[in-house]
Structures are given as structure tokens and as C-alpha cells.
Design a protein around this ligand. Sequence first.
Ligand code: ATP
Length: 323
Amino acid sequence: MKRIGVFTSGGDAPGMNACIRAAVRTALSRGLEVFGIYRGYQGMIEGDIVPMNSGDVSNIIQRGGTILKTARSDDFRTEQGRRKAAENLRKYGIEGLVCIGGDGSFKGASILYEEHGIKTIGAPGTIDNDLYGTDSTIGYDTAVNTVVQAVDKLRDTAASHNRLFIVEVMGRDAGFIALRSGIACGAEAILVPETPTYIDALIQKLRDGWNRQKHSSIVIVAEGDESGGAYEVAKAVKQNFDRYDVRVTVLGHIQRGGSPSAYDRVLASEMGYAAVEGLLDGKFNAMVGRQGREIVFVPFEKAIKHNKELNKHLLQIAATLSI
Ligand code: ATP
């Protein structure tokens, strides 16, 4: 393999730049030529491809977002679109790809291999941490820290005004951000899609707390929780327990932005490095993962299809401590 391409795809996540930097510099140090593909699969189809050198990735390790931009490409979902993408890659002599993205991006890469034989290694770049086979995805730690900083601020005002804040965090299908940030913030309740939500029990818990002189509370809700999200929870609480001044905060896209944490920078560096080493070692259709202290390669099929479970121990801790 002499030439590889690097791209980011799907939702952006803090640490993607650190991963791009690691992949580019590792490839250069191994004597490869590297091309940056802008705007994910859409840029691949449109031929938005440029050579990259070491200087192109200077001063980006600390920056959120992705210098290569990212996109969701409907064209790539079509056979014609993928053919065009493959033609462009061949035009540049690109034989292997490093894809920094989530499950959809890896699915697209698998199809590109099946149809056109182009080999891809994935690095999991998503704040949701919902990929099987890695303890953490690039961006997850930063997103959790962003939530914690925001909720700490909300707690100050909650305590001053006897308020209940219902805070909605990202996680359409997964409660990883909610669970970890909820424990870190000492939330009174954490509602996640993976476990049933009993609103009556939540209200009783808040009532019990109030009766014990606990006059400010924080409830963290993952956006995909069956309750329907923070506004629905707030409505139900207001209807059934009117002592609190109930407020809703939806943290939204601030969770995707910001400078990556040290943890994410190191993880992204390890993963970008391993992705290129893996490609050179003949690995493809696989995602780089971190399991404990080990860097591993997880077949795309497993990373995408196996459901990653929430840590039961953390769920237990959250239930025990949030009284
Ligand atoms: P995130 O987890 O942040 O949402 P993602 O990689 O899962 O990231 P998606 O939007 O699901 O984000 O996928 C990114 C792109 O991958 C899509 O816009 C599309 O171009 C391509 N893709 C996803 N699924 C398929 C598929 N089944 N066939 C072909 N291409 C696909």
C-alpha cells in the first residue's frame, strides 16, 4: 500500500482532529502518501481530495470539530454514488482508507469494500459511545465533561432558587452520556433508553427528597428515553408535584463542540496510529477499539450490530447514590 485517504464522516466529535493528525503523521512516517478527503463520502463522490503533509495537521490536536469537515451523504447510499467515489479514489491511486466516524460510516465502508474492493479501517469518532468493542469512542469523554460543567452551573442556580432542573443530554438510542455525566454530577435521577422509566417512582423520589429538606434537584434525561425527553418529564412532574419550580435545559449541540479532553486526545492519537498500522498489517473492514489497556481490531459487523450494554455496575451505583 502506497497511498491512503483519511476522512471524517457522520456527526462530528471532539478529538477527530487529533485522530486525523495521528493517522496522517503515522502514514507519513511509514513512507505513505496521504490524501485528505473533505466532507466524508460526499467529498469522495465529488472528488474533494487533497494531498496532506505533516504541516497540514499542525496545531489541530486541541481543536474541536474536524478540519476535514464532515457530512451525511445520501448519494453514497446509492450504487451510482459509490461507483463515483471508487472511481475518484482510483484516480488518486488511493488503496486504503482511514474512516473516522460512527456506525453508519462503517456500514458505508463495508459496502464500498464489497462492491469495489477498497479497504477501510475505522476509528470510532462519536460522542455517543454506542459502538461495540471499544470502552470509549473518540469524543465521548469530552462530551461528558461538557455536560458536567453545564450541570454544575445549573446546580448553583437550582440550589439558590429551590429549583428542579430536568436536563436533556444527547443519546437517541444510548444512555452512555446520561449515565456517566449523571453520576459525575450527583444527579438525583438518570433516565436512559436502556432501562424502563417509571415517572411515578421518579415523582415519589422527588417528593421524598423534598420532605427531607432537599429543595433542589437535577434529573438527567437522555433524549431517546421512553419518557419522551425533558419537556415531557417536566410536564408530568409539574402536574403531580407542584412544590418545585421546574425548569428544563436541553444541552443540545454544545455537547459536540469544544476542545477535546486530554483523554480523548490520547485515545484519538492511539487510534489514528493503530488504524494506519492496521492497514499496513493487512487489516480492514474493522474498527480500532480500546479494551482496557489493549488496542484491538473489531470487525465492522460486530462493532455495528452488537449492542453495547451500559455498565451495570454504574447503573447500580447511580441508583444507590441518587437518593
Ligand atoms: P454518528 O454516530 O455520529 O451519527 P454515523 O457514522 O453513524 O455517525 P451516519 O449519518 O449514520 O453517521 O452515516 C454517515 C454516512 O455513512 C451517511 O451519510 C451515508 O453516506 C453513509 N452510510 C450510512 N449507512 C449507509 C448504508 N447503509 N449504505 C451506504 N452508505 C451508508
